[in-house]
Design a protein around this ligand. Structure first.
Ligand code: SF4
Length: 413
């Protein structure tokens, strides 16, 4: 059965003091008895993630943040824990009861949501009970709220609608390929089987693209690069699109007639998870690098490092070949994206296959704020292989115009 990857789910962070009825609210929203965490003080210190299908919202990841309001937790520590959750959160819900005295705890959350430009909503739960303190505060402060009762289900349908309304535009995942192919098209997927591939299966991005083709009523044909020509010969018409793994860019480009549109899995995901325009603009920073410049390679998970690891081995080698400069590299993995990135001359983000769009967009926003160019693995590899122009052409409707003159100058043409 196809299961929505965690990274494509709407991540809903649920905040609130104990005894505001968070667990029963979660049960009412999900329609299941899903007591995620205990509300007994001190029993939970880390946020708990639970993947759910919530109708009509769709696939979600609920993040129960019990523990963040632990008594005795100092303000700084609370903010730190909140920030970790917020990095993954698409929508924040702050649960209060009618008689909750809204104080520093909720105010800090609101401040953080606002500074992160994260949509949020107060939920006055247990609205069947007396008390107007919370509502009065929220009205005076002009903060958005909805009244619900997890006990009677009053307002639960409206709450789900509200969540959909405030979910950020960038949550709604940009399609992988659905918007650039049509029903009955044939899409050829080139998937090399090398030592980096897991035994006995394809990798998630390949499977996701396949699924997107099927959802679009198109045909997905899978081949290795060594059988690509046979695959093309077997087709009556040229395929609508060929999508290749970046590792075999050059082989595929050399054997594929110019009239057949070509892109890469990494480009498909750069658009789906990040901002293709920003990555394309960022890659040109390569041409201005000087000896001693610092490069940040930001990997989004702590995957098993291969001997020929792209971030640690291949990129430094390619850069030396291309720029002839002595550059310094720093590699971060997982949630360790540095607070201060101003010293870097270029940031290279990984494909982000294990994280959601929000986390990648967070990095892009930070880079923008610090005026540091950012690109990603796939775009960088395409640029260095001289086929950037070709592999972004299938998406050109939504792209900035490439600075082709710069591109040619950069390639010494
Ligand atoms: S692309 Fe990024 S998120 Fe995916 S496996 Fe590599 S390091 Fe992890």
């Amino acid at each position: 059965m196809y299961r929505t990857p965690a990274s494509n789910r709407l991540h809903i962070g649920i905040f609130g003091k104990r005894n505001t009825g968070k667990s029963s609210l979660i049960n009412a929203v999900t329609g299941q008895d899903t007591a995620i965490v205990s509300e007994v003080a001190g029993t939970t210190t880390d946020p708990v993630y639970k993947a759910m299908e919530i109708l009509p919202i769709g696939p979600c990841m609920l993040i129960d943040t019990a523990g963040i309001d632990d008594e005795g937790l100092l303000g700084d520590e609370r903010v730190k824990r909140t920030l970790v959750v917020l990095r993954k959160t698409d929508v924040g819900l702050i649960v209060v009861a009618p008689d909750t005295k809204i104080d520093n705890f909720e105010e800090e959350l609101v401040k953080t949501f606002k500074s992160k430009k994260l949509p949020f909503l107060f939920i006055i739960n247990k609205c069947e009970l007396p008390g107007e303190e919370a509502q009065k505060y929220l009205e005076e402060s002009k903060l958005p709220y909805i009244k619900v009762s997890a006990k009677t289900n009053q307002g639960i349908a409206e709450l789900k609608q509200k969540i959909m309304d405030i979910a950020p535009g960038h949550w709604s995942p940009i399609p992988l390929v659905a918007d650039i192919i049509d029903p009955k098209d044939v899409v050829v997927l080139v998937c090399p089987i090398d030592s980096a591939m897991p035994q006995g299966r394809l990798i998630l991005p390949q499977v996701q693209v396949m699924r997107d083709c099927l959802d679009s009523n198109a045909t997905a044909l899978v081949t290795k690069e060594t059988e690509l020509l046979d695959c093309l010969k077997a087709l009556k018409e040229k395929p609508r699109l060929v999508i290749t793994d970046s590792q075999v860019f050059e082989d595929v480009r050399d054997m594929l007639p110019a009239g057949i549109p070509l892109t890469s899995f990494s480009t498909v995901f750069a658009r789906h998870k990040g901002d293709l325009n920003v990555y394309i603009q960022g890659v040109y920073a390569l041409e201005g690098l000087k000896d001693g410049d610092e490069i940040l390679i930001a990997e989004a998970c702590t995957h098993h490092v291969q001997p020929e690891d792209i971030g640690r081995t291949k990129i430094p080698t390619w850069f030396l070949d291309h720029t002839k400069k002595e550059l310094h590299y720093e590699v971060t993995a997982g949630g360790d994206f540095p607070q201060d990135i101003s010293r870097y001359k270029l940031i290279i983000s990984c494909g982000g296959c294990m994280v959601n769009r929000r986390e990648i967009m967070h990095r892009i926003e930070k880079a923008r704020e610090a005026h540091v160019p950012i690109t990603n693995y796939g775009i960088l590899m395409a640029y260095l292989s001289g086929i950037l122009e070709r592999i972004i052409a299938p998406f050109e409707g939504g792209l900035v115009k490439l600075d082709l003159e710069f591109d040619k100058a950069a390639k010494g043409q």
